[in-house]
Design a binder for this molecule. Structure first.
Ligand SMILES: [Zn+2]
Ligand SMILES: [Zn+2]
Length: 341
């Protein structure tokens, strides 16, 4: 590498080229810098799309399923979304990365009105508590509300209690009203969840053993309706819930890639049996072909594939699309982190 002073005048492109040319750094710094550059572009695009937005927008914050496979091959963050309607933000799921990704969209934290959790797997809830604390420091209003399966109330109280010392330091330092509680409404069954001046939200119970309940949600905004499958095996009720929606965001797994990925992980020492992993995945998740059938049955205009499994790079958009397009003739979007729809 060059000295610090001579690095300053370089463009990002020449900096990247410089890193690639430096043998000692290529393995570590090269991919990391490249990834940062790509993320910045996606963030700038998202900010521009939201700035020009007319009506309700959905931002895919993280489009990868599962908590595993962390490392250079993982190309997608864990599951989270934000919907922006009339200046109010609604977050759905809080996988690792939700705070950073939300911030990158440029949506201010005081805009955050409600948080929804589909189920208590870590790729959907691990950054829920941190979002409350970091959001609060960044101006999130204390009347933010959270919705999700039991025991969300207890989890929220326990998390805030665990971070009381941290919260109190900030409250004292910045003369802020401390975060002491968040209003939680647990969703133990299918039906209406909540309603405000922008949106009516309902939920269904989906098929995701042994998680009970695991939820799918439908958001009916004034100008568009968006349905989310959550994590589920192929399930009739999702098509029914999403009936006539403008957008269905559905989880999808690509089985051939998942099989080779799993074999690879086992060869590297992951202590599981191939048959057990695949049996679990088939009982709990939806192969891309079945997603196409469900979207067709629902009659949605646009199908968004997200919670992609495996969340690695190397599966092209065309591969995902082809699996689904055999059954669904509408608009198919292969989700990408920070995509605005
Ligand atoms: Zn998941
Ligand atoms: Zn799950």
């Amino acid at each position: 590498m060059t000295s610090t002073s001579s690095t300053f005048g370089l463009s990002r492109r020449s900096l990247l080229a410089g890193l690639a040319a430096a043998p000692a750094l290529t393995g570590v710094a090269g991919p990391l810098v490249a990834q940062t550059a790509a993320t910045k572009t996606a963030a700038q695009e998202a900010q521009a799309a939201l700035k020009d937005a007319n009506g309700t927008k959905l931002v895919l914050l993280g489009t990868g399923g599962g908590v595993g496979g962390l490392g250079p091959r993982r190309a997608r963050r864990m599951t989270s979304h934000v919907m922006l309607s009339n200046g109010a933000a609604y977050v759905l799921d809080c996988g690792l990365g939700v705070i950073d990704q939300y911030a990158r969209t440029g949506i201010p934290f005081p805009a955050l009105r409600s948080i929804f959790i589909t189920h208590h797997h870590a790729d959907h809830n691990i950054e829920y508590g941190p979002l409350l604390v970091v959001g609060w420091v960044n101006g999130m209003h204390l009347d933010v509300r959270a919705f999700g399966p039991p025991p969300l109330k207890q989890m929220t109280e326990d998390f805030i209690r665990a971070y009381k010392t941290t919260v109190d330091f900030w409250a004292e330092d910045f003369k802020m009203k401390p975060l002491v509680a968040v209003e939680v409404k647990e969703v133990p069954a299918a039906g209406a969840v909540t309603q405000d001046d922008n949106v009516k939200v309902s939920a269904i119970i989906v098929e995701h053993p042994p998680v009970k309940p695991a939820l799918g949600y439908r958001f009916d905004f004034k100008d568009r309706s968006i349905a989310f499958s959550g994590d589920t095996a192929p399930f009739e009720a999702v098509a029914k819930m999403a009936k006539g929606a403008d957008v269905l965001v559905h989880e999808a797994m690509y089985v051939p890639a998942l099989e080779s990925y799993t074999r690879d992980e086992i060869a590297k020492g992951r202590p599981v049996k191939f048959e057990d992993v695949m049996a679990h995945m088939k009982a709990d998740h939806t192969p891309a072909e079945d997603v196409g059938r469900i979207a067709r049955e629902a009659g949605v205009k646009t199908l968004v594939l997200s919670h992609l499994v495996p969340a690695t790079d190397g599966i092209t958009d065309d591969t995902w699309r082809a699996a689904v397009a055999r059954y669904f003739k509408g608009n198919i979007i292969v989700g990408k982190d920070l995509m605005v729809l």
